[in-house]
Design a protein around this ligand. Structure first.
Ligand code: GRG
Length: 291
C-alpha cells in the first residue's frame, strides 16, 4: 500500500479508538469529559499512536491489540499540549485550529482535563493480554518519558527565563520535551510486540533521530508555515523567546540539519527489509510535512 493511504487508514483507526476509549460527553461530571473529548478529538497528526502501531506491526502484532497503548500516548501528548497552552506557560489561544482548552472551558477545567488524560493514559497501558513483564516495562518507560527527567524536565528547562544559548542546552530541551515521548511511542509498540535485542535497539535509535528531526522541523514551521495548516499562530517561539534551531543556526542550516538527521534515522532501519517501509515513510513525512 502506498504510504499516504496507509497513513490515512492508520490515522482513521486511531481516531475511532480515541473516541471509543474516552468517556462519553454525557458521563458525569459532563464538563470534564467534554473538555477531554474536545482537546483530543480536535485533530492532530496522531504521530505518536501511529508510530506505536507501525513498530508493533514489525513485531507481528495486530493493530487492535496495540490500540489502547497507542491511544494512551496520544492522551498523554494531548495533556501536555493543554498544559503547555495555559496562561502560566505559553498562554496560547489556538491549538489544532480551535480555541485552546482553557479558552473554551476555563483554566481550572483545562488543568483537570490535562490531569485526567494523563491518568487515563496509564489506565489504558494496563489493558490487553500481554505478558506482565512487558506491560511493566512499558509502564515504567512511559512514566520515565513523561516525568521530570523526560517531558516535564524538558518543559521546565524550556520555560526558564534566563536561557543558556548553546547547542547542548537546545538539544537537552528538544530531546526531553519532544524526543522522549516519540521514542517511547516507538518502543511501546516494539516492546509489546516482543521485539528485543538488535531490532529494538535499531528502532530506538531511529526514534531518537525522528524526535530531533521532528522538533527542528517544528521550529522551522513556526517561522515558515501557514497558520491555517498548522492550526496555531506563527512566531509563537519568538513571542515566548524560545531557544530554537533557526534562532541558533539560521533557517537554511536548520533545514540541512533536519535533512541530515532524517538520513541517519533512515539508516537505522537498514537491518529490516521492506517491512520497515512505513516507518521510513513516517520519518520522511516528519521532515517534509507542512503541518
Ligand atoms: C506541559 C508537561 C508539559 C509539557 C509540554 C509538548 C510540550 C511539552 C509542549 C508543546 C509545545 C511544543 C511546540 C512542543 C514541541 C513540539 C510538539 C510536541 C509539537 C506538537 O506536536 P504535534 O505537531 O501536534 O505532533 P499534533 O497537534 O499534530 O498532535
Amino acid at each position: 500500500m502506498i504510504f499516504k493511504q496507509k497513513l490515512e487508514n492508520t490515522t482513521a483507526l486511531v481516531n475511532r479508538a480515541l473516541s471509543e476509549f474516552l468517556p462519553p460527553a454525557d458521563t458525569k461530571p459532563e464538563e470534564i469529559h467534554q473538555a477531554m473529548r474536545y482537546s483530543v478529538l480536535a485533530g492532530g497528526k496522531r504521530l505518536r499512536p501511529v508510530l506505536a502501531l507501525a513498530a508493533a506491526e514489525l513485531g507481528g502484532l495486530q493493530p487492535e491489540m496495540i490500540l489502547p497503548a497507542a491511544c494512551a500516548l496520544e492522551f498523554l501528548h494531548t495533556y501536555s499540549l493543554i498544559h503547555d497552552d495555559l496562561p502560566a506557560m505559553d498562554n496560547d489561544d489556538f491549538r489544532r485550529g480551535m480555541p485552546t482548552c482553557h479558552k473554551k472551558f476555563g483554566e481550572a477545567l483545562a488543568i483537570l482535563a490535562g490531569d485526567a488524560l494523563l491518568t487515563k493514559a496509564f489506565e489504558l497501558l494496563t489493558w490487553g493480554n500481554f505478558p506482565a513483564e512487558l506491560k511493566m516495562q512499558v509502564l515504567r518507560e512511559v512514566a520515565e518519558a513523561a516525568g521530570s527527567q523526560g517531558l516535564i524536565g524538558g518543559q521546565a528547562a524550556d520555560i526558564r527565563t534566563e536561557q543558556e544559548i548553546s547547542e547542548a542546552n537546545l538539544l537537552y530541551i528538544h530531546q526531553h520535551k519532544t524526543g522522549e515521548l516519540l521514542t517511547v511511542a516507538v518502543r511501546t509498540g516494539a516492546v509489546l510486540s516482543g521485539l528485543q535485542g538488535a531490532k529494538l535497539e535499531a528502532l530506538t535509535a531511529y526514534a531518537r533521530y525522528l524526535g530531533l528531526a521532528f522538533q527542528i522541523t517544528d521550529d522551522i514551521l513556526d517561522l515558515t508555515g501557514e497558520e491555517i495548516k498548522l492550526g496555531k499562530p506563527l512566531f509563537s517561539d519568538q513571542k515566548n523567546a524560545k531557544l530554537t534551531y533557526p534562532a541558533l543556526f539560521g533557517l537554511e542550516k536548520s533545514k540541512a540539519m533536519a535533512w541530515e538527521i532524517m538520513q541517519q534515522g533512515l539508516q537505522c532501519l537498514d537491518i529490516f527489509s521492506e517491512e520497515a517501509d512505513f516507518l521510513a515513510g513516517l520519518l520522511q513525512f516528519v521532515v517534509k510535512r507542512d503541518y
